[in-house]
Design a protein around this ligand. Structure first.
Ligand code: M3P
Ligand code: FE
Length: 381
């Protein structure tokens, strides 16, 4: 068995503002399969081609954002070993009992230096993909509902302490780096893409002014044509689109970013290359980020750089990392918030040089959001 240790992203637990609205959205528009509800009222989903019981859990809350991002490991022995390794590396862990999440074994939970709750687990019920294990058809009815991604693929998380998160994933959990965006000093990483498998990334991090933030959870779509069909469905269902359909230079994936009913950004993407741990990592100097992000348009999209959803705990006070040069107006505090979004400085502080006047920049974001039918996000302010 070549893929050992950490196998893949297993589940994301996402907070939503109106559970039933987002249940409808994830089930009927995105096209995930609703798998059940637990005693806490959480709703469980899987993508049609996944075999384990769930990969997305929705929880009603008064702020959107990410509670948990979890990875499945290959055995209980690996789970125990990785917990010991984390502790030896100085990372405190706690055990969450089997059954706390439906059909899921014991989980090992820890908090990254950038504030995100990460979990490892070895056991989740194999419920199959709706097709038999002998002589299966290539797809079933669930593969034709909504955008119908085949799997929950990865997440992009934002935080200040990106280097500490990188070291835990690479030195303890066995991930390797496929791509990076580096600042003008040629060293400081603004964003990193990490893989534990043959996928070009299983998780990515971007340096952001506050810890614990969610940038997006990504769902894999089988073909570019189906990505375009997903774009049709977004428009037909008035889903606010952030970027796309287009193609990243970074990872070469074809992509659309859009927002769920609560303001959590999600990605539907296809393609990208197969990765191996012996591949030389790819580097994008900061001034090539426009084409890294949107290859055809070679464009930085402000909303993409500035809109995150909330951390699960109270955010740490803003602290500029010492190694990063500050922008024209010094530290950017959090600008303004709603229950949906946490607006903050462009995700690399250095990007502030693209934005001569932060106030002008801020007004543009507000205008953009209003254009995206998210006016309600501001109604309370
Ligand atoms: C992805 C991806 C950036 C590109 C992000 C890329 C931060 O989300 O799935 O490859 O510029
Ligand atoms: Fe992504």
């Amino acid at each position: 068995m070549a893929i050992t240790g950490v196998l893949r992203p297993g589940h994301a637990q996402v907070r939503v503002l109106n559970l039933e609205e987002d249940v409808k959205f994830y089930r009927d528009v995105l096209g995930l399969v609703e798998m059940g509800r637990d005693g806490q009222g959480r709703v469980y989903f899987k993508a049609w081609d996944e075999r384990d019981h769930h990969s997305l859990v929705l929880r009603q809350a008064d702020r959107a954002g990410l509670d948990i991002f979890a990875f499945k490991v290959d055995s209980v022995a690996t789970l125990n070993k990785l917990e010991k390794d984390l502790n030896a590396y100085g990372v405190a862990t706690r055990r969450i009992p089997a059954g706390e999440m439906l059909h899921t074994g014991e989980r090992v939970s820890f908090v990254l230096p950038c504030g995100h709750n990460i979990e490892l687990y070895a056991e989740k019920k194999d419920v199959g993909n709706g097709l038999p294990y002998s002589n299966p058809d290539p797809w079933c009815k669930a593969a034709d509902t909504g955008m119908a991604p085949t799997r929950m693929d990865h997440a992009l998380l934002g935080g200040v302490e990106l280097d500490g998160a990188r070291d835990i994933f690479m030195n303890v959990l066995g991930f390797y780096m496929t791509e990076e965006v580096v600042a003008e000093d040629g060293k400081t990483q603004i964003a990193i893409w990490l893989s534990c498998s043959n996928k070009n990334h299983d998780i990515a991090f971007v340096r952001a002014p506050e810890n614990g933030m969610l940038h997006h959870v990504s769902y894999f779509i089988e073909t570019w044509e189906r990505v375009l069909r997903a774009a049709d469905l977004m428009s037909m269902n008035k889903v606010p689109v952030d970027i796309g359909p287009t193609r990243h230079g970074i990872t070469r994936g074809a992509t659309i970013y859009a927002f769920d009913r609560s303001g959590n950004r999600f990605e539907t993407f296809s393609g990208g290359y197969i990765a191996y741990p012996d591949m030389h990592k790819l580097t994008w100097p900061l001034d090539t980020l426009p084409e890294g992000l949107d290859f055809p348009q070679r464009k930085l999209h402000e909303s993409f750089l500035t809109v995150f959803t909330w951390p699960s705990r109270a955010p740490e006070p803003f602290q500029a990392p010492g190694s990063l040069p500050l922008g024209t107006s010094g530290a950017f505090p959090r600008r303004r918030t709603s229950s949906r979004f946490l607006f903050c400085a462009p995700f690399a502080l250095e990007l502030s040089r693209h934005v001569a006047d932060p106030e002008f920049h801020w007004r543009r974001i507000c205008r953009w959001l209003r254009g995206q039918n998210l006016r309600n996000a501001f109604a309370a302010q």
